[in-house]
Design a protein around this ligand. Structure first.
Ligand code: SF4
Length: 150
């Protein structure tokens, strides 16, 4: 299978604070599959490190209050082009770009609310199946399916 993954989950130091969120369980699960690493924030030309971002009222802001919505959409659309023929994607939970199901509420106080990141929203709009890194069993099950099972 061909699978898209948030680059930080694969060990790339591309998070806003120039760290990664390497997930060895997922890396192991994906052995033998074609992996396409994407980072919507890098594709949006945010420098590293950069200010943290959060979503408020469907707009994306830096912690100091700069509206970077258009910038993030631009890079996210580039990433869609990279993964559109993938079987599915595995994205980093809670990120304003890659979050799936839960994101921070825009107050920069660590409060989670229901919602998806900008890139995740575009994936879903484009019919791309999404998992986050917390859904290990679901990912394992999905990888065991053959193309004809779908
Ligand atoms: S934008 Fe996505 S891939 Fe890039 S650092 Fe954030 S969560 Fe990871």
């Amino acid at each position: 299978m061909k699978i898209g993954i948030s680059a930080c989950l694969f060990g790339d130091k591309v998070r806003y604070d120039q760290t990664d969120k390497r997930n060895d369980t997922i890396i192991e699960l994906l052995k033998g599959h074609e992996v396409i690493k994407i980072c919507p924030e890098v594709s949006s030309c945010f420098s590293l490190p950069h200010e943290p971002l959060e979503i408020k009222d469907d707009k994306v802001y830096t912690k100091s209050g700069i509206d970077v919505t258009e910038q993030l959409y631009k890079g996210s659309r580039k990433c869609i082009d990279q993964i559109k023929d993938c079987n599915f994607v595995i994205l980093k939970a809670k990120s304003p770009s890659c979050g799936y199901g839960l994101i921070y509420d825009g107050s920069f106080k660590g409060i989670l609310i229901k919602g998806n990141g900008v890139f995740t929203g575009l994936c879903l709009e484009n019919g791309i199946e999404v998992f986050n890194e917390l859904q290990i069993e679901e990912i394992r099950k999905r990888l065991s399916q053959t193309d004809s099972d779908r």
